[in-house]
Design a binder for this molecule. Structure first.
Ligand code: SF4
Ligand code: SF4
Length: 248
């Protein structure tokens, strides 16, 4: 699986001679571009398996590097460094250190799923991006991203009550990410809701935000979900070699 894009070669590995003549032929400048060789000592042979063990990463092995995901990607359109095809390539050959160099942009996937629809091999690249962002955090390479914090707030509320109350999710997310509770876009959204939604619906939403209603008989379901989540988390940590000493 060779890489063809010059943009993906690190600048320090590209060497150009401004003035060079070989056998009487002037190959100065662009024509004399050489790629410096390098020795890779940090292969992680388990990297593909580690990503595949996380939700969304299961089908990474199917990728045949066609590039349709990157071509259709919303984020790539505004930032050419955001390249799902390239990261999948790095993961499959175990180049962990190279992947880490892009660790601060991988989480920026907006989950639009254009790549998932474009992929001819059902890799689900959006899922692979989620799994990779999750992997970066579990391995301690990055702090939790706002996206993961949102997922946590969302899940915690569902586990606790069996319901989704958007107002509380937004409020709890703002608190967890130290954002002000009153924001311009939010005020505008509430203003429009007041203008367009029926009064009864508005009152119900406000009421539920204060009362925190629960789904009837949720206790048993919650216990079963908590057990399943704990098992899944233990399985993933084990797959990433993060088994706690106490549980060994
Ligand atoms: S889901 Fe993420 S990786 Fe896929 S096209 Fe959208 S932004 Fe790009
Ligand atoms: S579209 Fe699918 S098969 Fe093609 S490079 Fe992306 S993930 Fe791989």
């Amino acid at each position: 699986m060779p890489i063809h894009e010059k943009s993906l070669i690190r600048p320090e590995n590209l060497h150009v001679h401004e003035e060079l003549e070989i056998d009487g032929v002037d190959v100065s400048g662009h024509w004399s571009t050489f790629i410096g060789s390098r020795v890779v000592t940090d292969y992680n042979e388990d990297l593909e398996e580690e990503i595949a063990a996380l939700p969304g990463g299961e089908h990474i092995h199917r990728c045949w590097q066609c590039g349709s995901c990157t071509n259709s990607c919303t984020v790539y359109a505004v930032n050419e460094d955001f390249n799902p095809r390239y990261w999948i390539y790095l993961i499959r050959i175990g180049m962990e250190e190279e992947l880490l160099r892009d660790g601060d942009i991988i989480w920026q996937c907006v989950s639009c799923n254009k790549c998932t629809y474009a992929c001819p091999r059902d890799v689900a690249p959006e899922g692979v991006m989620k799994a990779t962002a999750h992997w970066l955090e579990l391995k301690g390479h990055r702090p939790k991203s706002p996206s993961i914090l949102f997922d946590e707030v969302f899940s915690e509320q569902v586990f606790a009550t069996g319901k989704i109350e958007e107002g509380r999710i937004v409020r709890d997310f703002f608190r967890r990410t130290s954002q002000p509770l009153v924001q311009e876009w939010l005020v505008e959204m509430v203003r429009r809701m007041v203008r367009h939604l029926p009064l009864k619906q508005l009152m119900t939403m406000g009421w539920f935000t204060i009362l925190r209603p629960r789904t009837r008989g949720w206790g048993r379901a919650r216990a079963a979900i908590a057990e399943h989540v704990a098992e899944e988390e233990a399985r993933r940590r084990a797959a990433l070699g993060l088994v706690d000493k106490a549980t060994e």
